[in-house]
Design a protein around this ligand. Structure first.
Ligand SMILES: [Mg+2]
Ligand SMILES: [Zn+2]
Length: 207
């Protein structure tokens, strides 16, 4: 479900940082269904701003199976995202695209009870964004608090950072067999610092 499509046009292909929402930029409260339950982490706005200034597209990718499960009103999601956009804008930060998956294998809404191509770790949202926004997936990253976020990155040939906020500490303790990840950081702030150094730092990079 694309909420803020950008018309496809001739444009430069850029790297993106795909961000998970709940547990990564804001406190994970279970099914976030009321604006009053939104708490952005104190570093979230500046972390996004750093990515903007470094030239990455910033794309939010969020599983919102609570829509199909009738825990979340469908119209609430774009409203919430508009509010987050406003708070980011007030701090000089910007999200280039919002993508959410309303499906769930146990959805009560029959039309949403599907084995979709967009529920993370399936790559649908990242592939849609790549087409909509012009993204070089191999130079891109996913930051999230669950292994499904890491798997999304690897499913599209990108790189990933797991953060210990949200579910991250629990996830870290139950790493799936054979699961790799480029880094595990305490928060989005650390993850952004890590990837900026990985892409732009290193000996001689700023000589
Ligand atoms: Mg999450
Ligand atoms: Zn889906």
């Amino acid at each position: 479900m694309t909420e803020s499509p950008v018309p496809a046009a001739a444009r430069v292909v850029r790297p993106a940082v795909f961000l998970d929402r709940d547990g990564t930029i804001n406190e994970d409260v279970g099914y976030l269904s009321e604006l009053s339950h939104l708490t952005l982490f104190p570093w979230a706005i500046d972390a996004v701003r750093l990515l903007n200034r470094a030239g990455y597209l910033v794309v939010m990718v969020t599983n919102q199976g609570g829509i199909g499960r009738k825990m979340i009103r469908p119209e609430f999601v774009p409203h919430l995202h508009a509010v987050i956009d406003q708070r980011l804008a007030a701090g000089g930060a910007r999200v280039d695209g919002w993508y959410s998956c309303p499906h769930h294998p146990a959805a009560l809404v029959e039309s949403l009870r599907v084995d979709c191509a967009c529920r993370k770790p399936a790559p649908g949202m990242a592939l849609d964004a790549a087409r909509d926004l012009g993204i070089d997936l191999a130079r891109s990253w996913v930051i999230g608090d669950k292994w499904i976020d890491v798997q999304l990155a690897h499913n599209v040939g990108g790189r990933a950072v797991l953060v210990r906020t949200g579910w991250g500490r629990l996830e870290e303790a139950v790493r799936p067999p054979g699961q790799t990840v480029e880094a595990i950081c305490d928060s989005l702030a650390g993850a952004v610092a890590f990837l900026l150094e990985a892409d732009h730092g290193g000996p001689g990079a700023a000589a």
